[in-house]
Write a protein that binds this ligand. Sequence first.
Ligand SMILES: [Zn+2]
Length: 147
Amino acid sequence: MALSSSLLGFAAQRCPRCHQGRVFQTSAFHLAHFQNMHEACPACGQHYEPEPGFYWGAMYISYAFSVAIVVAVGIATYVLGHDPATWVYVTGVAVATVLLVPLSFRYSRMVMLYLFAGIDYDPKVAAGLTRRRPSTPPARQPSELVN
Ligand SMILES: [Zn+2]
């Protein structure tokens, strides 16, 4: 599936260079392994970690996401629950924050990858991948791309 828009590629958690290869190894609902990233793009071989510790910065983005979740759930609770008791706010915010950890984790890394890794979308790479793969064969390993 070729995604020409960077926004769609970002939303679908695809490689910033080709918008085809997945960044994460499993579904976000796979709670034991939702955090596992591919080392490199399974489609084009783009390395996903430009420098050691690159994703430490994702913690700040994740923090911003958490604040946004707290504010959004707090406002929704106020409006929908007609200003209920404090424990309702606390429970709602806690449950929402915990349930959204996989998405917050992943999208904070996607923000790092798309905005700060210096990897631009390359239509030639994406077109080459599409031409070589008319159907959907199994994803190639990065080691195959070196030779
Ligand atoms: Zn790629």
